[in-house]
Design a protein around this ligand. Structure first.
Ligand SMILES: [Zn+2]
Ligand SMILES: [Zn+2]
Length: 125
């Protein structure tokens, strides 16, 4: 898995893809206002070694993918100020328009309580 864009590749394609993905990131960021630009995420620790090990079978590919995903999730994605979920920068802009802040777990619990009260009242003579 690519630690920058989160897409899955075979270990050999990944070696070719990553330099291209870094270039693409820089290209996209170069179009933005200087204040909005983000640095391309650094690779997870020992990613080169992991990639080489995964390619020749001496390292677990799944573990490499977990490290790559973790890197992607924490460094490439941006958390929403409202609800804390992580998004791609573009998706975040779209999400923020409809974001209702904290997930609506409290609202669901409250409406469940109302129903219980209504049921007990109506059973009275
Ligand atoms: Zn990529
Ligand atoms: Zn949100």
């Amino acid at each position: 898995m690519c630690y920058i864009c989160g897409r899955e590749f075979g270990t050999q394609s990944l070696e070719i893809h990553i330099p291209q993905c870094i270039k693409k990131w820089d290209k996209v960021e170069a179009l933005k206002a200087p204040g909005d630009r983000r640095k391309c995420p650094d690779p997870p620790q020992n990613f080169d070694a992991m990639l080489k090990g995964a390619a020749d079978g001496s390292y677990d590919v799944d573990k490499m993918n977990v490290a790559a995903f973790d890197n992607y999730n924490t460094k490439a994605l941006v958390p929403c100020d409202g609800c804390g979920r992580t998004f791609l920068p573009d998706s975040l802009l779209r999400h923020k328009k409809g974001c209702k802040g904290v997930p609506a777990r409290g609202a669901v619990a409250a409406s469940g309580g109302d129903t219980a009260v209504g049921a007990s009242t109506s059973s009275l003579p």
